[in-house]
Ligand binder design. Sequence first.
Ligand code: CO
Length: 670
Amino acid sequence: MSEDFAVKMTTMNYDKDRPAAENPVKIEDLSLRDGHQSLFATRGRTEDMIPVAEMMDDVGFWAMEVWGGATFDTMHRFLNEDPWERIRTLKRYIKKTPFSMLLRAQNLVGYRNYADDVARPFVDRAAANGMDIFRTFDALNDYRNFETVVPVIKENGMHFQGCICYTMTEPRMGGEVYNIDYYVNKAKDLEAMGADSICIKDMAGLIAPYDAYAIVKALKESVKPPIHLHSHFTSGMSPMSHLKAIEAGVDIIDTVMSPYAYRTSHAAIEPLVMTLIGTNRDTGFDIKHLAGINEIFEKEIMPKYRYLLDDSKMSIIDINVLLHQTPGGMLSNLVNQLREMDALDRIDEVYAELPKVRKDLGQIPLVTPTSQIVGIQTVNNVLFDEGGERYKMITAQVKDLCYGLYGKTAVPINKEVQKKALKGYERGEEPITCRPAEVLEPELDKAKEDTKGLAVDLDDVLIYALYPVTGKKFLNWKYGKEQPPDEVKPRTLEDAKAELEFLKKAKAGKLVEKSAKAAPGKSENVRTFNVFVDDEYFEVGVDSLGGAPVVNYVQPMPGTAPPAYAPPAAAPATPPPAAAKPAAPAAEPPAAAKPVAAVEGTPVTAPMPGMIISYAKNVGDAIEEGDTVLILEAMKMENALPAPASGTIKAINFASGDSVAKGDVLAVIG
Ligand code: CO
């Protein structure tokens, strides 16, 4: 055992004789960000955080992670909540414990690099609204992407925590790229940039206990800032890794409250508190106080979110992580995507193609957004490559990566793939070697212009600057210019209970009960929920009559269940936009999707479900075969759909922001 870790073998009374530890392990709680992001697709609402906020403030956490990552996206897109308001609201209840956010460096809280003139005010506003600790990472570990945000964090007097994304190419740490020297050198880079603490960010739960020991030991010997370990449970190794890291002298560990623990989330705090009692690393936390918080979570909050929990498997461990050394959430996203395309039988080809694509793309770490970039391209290769031609449908994001827009890859990108990706690329065919944001045009003035008369302050403008399509939709809801749809409204505990009752009946095969009597008429209070039972799903209308909600109608939906929840995620995997209203696109067979029979010509069909970003052409425009007709976003990746024939655009059947199903006719060329 390391000399840094000592167990006092004493008998003691828990309440009275518990000695204060010489070097207590500090704990960051992630329940209100990574916890619900990992288990409940980031759907936690602010109103469901308030009942425990003050009690959590009293625990003695080093910090609470409450924002960043996917929260910004999910809140405005799916919850009709202003992301900025959450920080201010929670700050009124949590006054002692510092707030931490996950900042994707130049990607901020989005999925691409934003221009410097957006990045700077974003960090300023996050600090002004109440953020204290900026956990900053770059998916490629290219710290040039830190150069804009870090000085702003420092100018605001806030804590800059630099992350090293943990990844590997072998079953254990080592090999030519991601070995111990790699991590030590990255930590030294972060120290030189002024990091106040350094975090090993193991988003996929890949770090093995003895590797955690080796890294923490090496980092403690090489750099001065405190060392922090963030290791997801996914593979089942993290509680062991935590203990070995503690023995090696790690300063801070990330955990969640037990209702938010395990699966793709993190280990729970409670077992760790008991494990360390009587050692020189005792957290000092009161286990009874923690139990009190959990009771509120279990009784008042969790019932509303249970429907989002992926309980399709008995095992809470994703063994794929151990088999494929790939983030669990990434693999489940791939499975969902294949299912949507009716190609689930090709999963083995995807497993075989994935390491090849990753190697072609410079052996990049697999974390948001690179896990999606590699994942979607892999699926595209498996589904669309033909006749010996590789990379037939290259996503816009892979093109950007090949151009250097995400930063420098750990090893060079395959030259042939790079050349193909950059053929006709709008920014140029020669890749850049400078800091990516240097080639980005300023964006803020245009965002201000676009939101004139709608945005009230800079916070509003930034929502739009980060998410133009859904951000604008949200601002219209926020200022009463459009009615928000039912699915973004909060669920009450009563809604949840009625639905759970229904689920129980469905599972017991008692659904026939419903058809025995005629359904009453729907009132205007009826609200629609999608309820998933194994592979089937039902649209359920719940109506509030005289206070008590009753199930008003049940409609089985055809086909397999779309992923209303993305089982999620080491990487912040919010469901694809198309899943926001799964009932609509899936309910219609693709053939009947749009009335296009009147227009003669060659149809441009959706090869996958997704959301229309924009059309490159208008009706009447001439187009050459292979030119881009429109951009379709699927699984957060933008796909430029090429014209299947030359001619004139005869019809455009959707608009920006529309969700489309696979097979929908998006345009017609005649
Ligand atoms: Co995480």
